[in-house]
Ligand binder design. Sequence first.
Ligand code: LMR
Length: 396
Amino acid sequence: MFENLSPLPADSILGLLNQYRQDPNPSKVDLGVGVYKDPQGHTPILECVKTAEAHRLKTEETKVYIGPTGSQDFNSLITELNFGADHQVIDSNRVRTVSTPGGTGALRVAADFITRCKKNAVIWVSDPTWANHTGLFETAGLTVKVYPYYDYDNKTLKFNEMIECLKQVSKDDFVLLHACCHNPSGMDLTKAQWDQVVALTRDVGFTPLIDMAYQGFGINEVEDAYGVRKMAAAVENMILCSSCSKNFGLYRERIGSCSIISKNTAQADIAFSVLLYVVRCLYSMPPAHGAAIVETILGSSELNQQWLDELKVMRDRINGNRKILVDALHAKQSDRDFSFIANQKGMFSFLGVNQAQVTQLKDEFSIYMVDSSRISIAGITEDNVSYIADSVAKVI
Ligand code: LMR
């Protein structure tokens, strides 16, 4: 039976991690997977997380099953963080949230929920989008189509083309939008553009699925949720997938959430029953540890403030890295303008070199990035930025 299998390629992002780890070059640079790194190139555990874990160790009383919804406290607090505590979907009891194994788990729950709404549903994703979106949705039985988004030549958005394309989408389709810190391009919608997309979503009637994996890494945790909150206030049905991997630094604990907004409470209860069925069939119930940490932080005004401060440190460092990279690239060569990198948001940007140059950077200089030339800005440090800029100048 198993001889029927054909090998599949390693994941385009996670596959780089292994290659990087095995590379003996002391000058190697990891600009691949999207994880925060401090100036020493280390991914630290946040202090607020350590405090919450110590508290958890003292107060946890049982390891009994938690149930498909995960922690109710986490679900309430994360819903308030995502939508804003006084959002009308919370006041009107139209939103239902489950804890999920990371943001990817949330997306897979959402995909299975969508197939319960409509068999063989179509989901539209931005061109480009996170490399795992397509495989994840197709594996769940959805048909994936793309709408124009990033203009590689001009390093900006193809906003008019995006709008024209979305006008043609069927009201029975789903459209995936990135809340902030677009992965992989770093190009976000402005508030005015979000307003237009929200109005269009309501007019055309398709269902939005918003992926918010980087809340707090763009401008701040409130501004980054502008599109989410605006959309939720305007439409009857919406899905939100969020992740605590980056903003709480809880990558390996696998904690995220999937929220379903329905047009009224009765409909929300039905949607919730479907959500629970989907979860039970996929993985029965989520792990509890990450949720316990997040709910301890969000439930304490002191820890919450500490988290916001630590989140700001991570955000400021990434924005600072954008600037030092642009300065270093410009100092090493004068032919190309890289200033767009400083204006983009979040963990990623495209460097804008071709695939042969990406391979050359990896093979000759041990600088690792995704084939599309997506770089993880957090991997840049004061120590390696000059080496990166020098190597890039050599390959272009
Ligand atoms: C990334 O895009 O690098 C991150 O979201 C990590 C992942 O799982 O791909």
